[in-house]
Ligand binder design. Structure first.
Ligand code: UT7
Length: 336
């Protein structure tokens, strides 16, 4: 019998209905549809406009879709891990709000803060609980309401981000499928290139932090871009090498959706053509922790049991990583 691995057995998502198009942004800041499309690949993003709803609302809806598709009840869930940098509030953790919202009365849960790598870090963490035998049903959710921290007067960042959530269920499998390997990295030396300075214990909220605009995401695009191109390509090539995979062996690259040019460079380095790359950045922009599961959802019908996927991300921190996943079910047979 093969060893116990954590298999993704169902996926779900939530996307708000409201769209923020490049044309809308042209009215807000000095930008153009042409600049945004050629420099990032983005055409529109989804925005959760209802001010009474936040990240946990999207995460809970994504989780409910997972439960429905898998045909199980919320009380069967052992653990809920939410990757987010836009929690509803500092505490309690968004995972606590999600367990209450969906009725996961037997689950414990916590949040993972690793920006755009959050989903991969949470996936890797959740897999440990399955592989160790401690749990049999772990929900891993990536969810961010980026519109709550984006500065819509800053053209260098406001064109990039959108809101959304994606969720996966991890269960044990001994069929040689599931999360086969993963690599994670952090390097805090360049943290200031991508951060939100205000609101924490360093700069607690005050009239001064509001005045200095510290409660909004700050990014120095060029150094992040440079590090992302290298980080995502290196880690993807490494995980392929470690597992003796060539470009031909990989069914899909599932990259974090931050910039089409970063994804392009990663695919080239891996020796895989763009038709084997999951891409939906043009419709959703960068949804931070949600990008990877939102790609899986869009491609679910194409996925077959045994397909080799490489999931890769780079983000604030800096954080970056890759997972090698052998897909566990035929996507065309799912009752969506
Ligand atoms: O997901 C987490 C990790 N984040 C990322 O991976 C993002 C990484 N960074 C990037 O994707 C890119 O650096 C950006 C998309 C943010 C920027 O693209 P770029 O090609 O690196 O542009 P740049 O920052 O070098 O700026 C080039 C020019 C500048 O004008 P000047 O100084 O040459 O006159 C910017 O002011 O483009 C200008 N610019 C814009 N122009 C129109 C910057 N943003 C805009 C805009 N519209 N929205």
């Amino acid at each position: 019998m093969d060893k116990v691995r954590a298999a993704i057995t169902a996926i779900g998502h939530f996307l708000p209905e409201d769209r923020l198009t490049n044309a809308d942004l042209e009215k807000l800041v000095d930008t153009s549809d042409e600049w945004i499309q050629t420099r990032t690949g983005i055409k529109e993003r989804r925005i959760l406009k209802d001010p009474t709803k936040a990240t946990s609302f999207m995460a809970a809806n994504a989780a409910r879709e997972v439960l429905r598709k898998r045909g199980i009840g919320p009380e069967e869930i052992d653990l809920v891990i939410v990757a987010t940098v836009t929690p509803d509030m500092f505490f309690p953790a968004t995972a606590c709000l999600v367990t209450a919202n969906i009725g996961a009365v037997n689950a414990w849960g916590y949040d993972v803060s690793a920006a755009c790598s959050g989903f991969l870090f949470a996936l890797s963490t959740g897999a440990q609980f399955i592989e160790s035998g401690k749990h049999t049903k772990v929900l891993v959710i990536g969810a961010d309401k980026m519109s709550s921290i984006v500065d819509y007067t800053d053209r260098t960042t406001c064109v990039l981000f959108g809101d959304g959530a994606g969720a996966v269920l991890l269960e044990p499998s001994t069929e040689g499928v599931g999360i086969m390997d993963s690599i994670e990295h952090t390097d805090g030396t360049q943290w200031a290139s991508l951060c939100m300075l205000g609101g924490g214990s360093l700069n607690p909220p005050s009239a001064a932090t509001l005045e200095q605009n510290l409660h909004r995401l700050h990014q120095e695009g060029a150094p992040v871009f440079k590090a992302a191109v290298k980080g995502m390509a290196d880690v993807s090539a490494q995980i392929m090498e470690d597992n003796n995979l060539t470009g031909d062996d990989v069914r899909y690259l599932v990259p974090h959706q931050a910039n089409l040019r970063i994804i392009d460079a990663t695919a080239r380095r891996m020796g895989i053509s763009m038709d084997k790359v999951m891409l939906n950045i043009e419709r959703y922009g960068n949804t931070t922790a949600a990008t990877i599961p939102l790609c899986l959802i869009d491609w679910e019908k194409e996925l077959r049991k045994g397909d080799n996927l490489i999931l890769a991300a780079f983000g604030g921190g800096f954080t970056w990583g890759a997972s090698y996943v052998k897909w566990a079910y035929d996507g065309d047979k799912v009752n969506a």
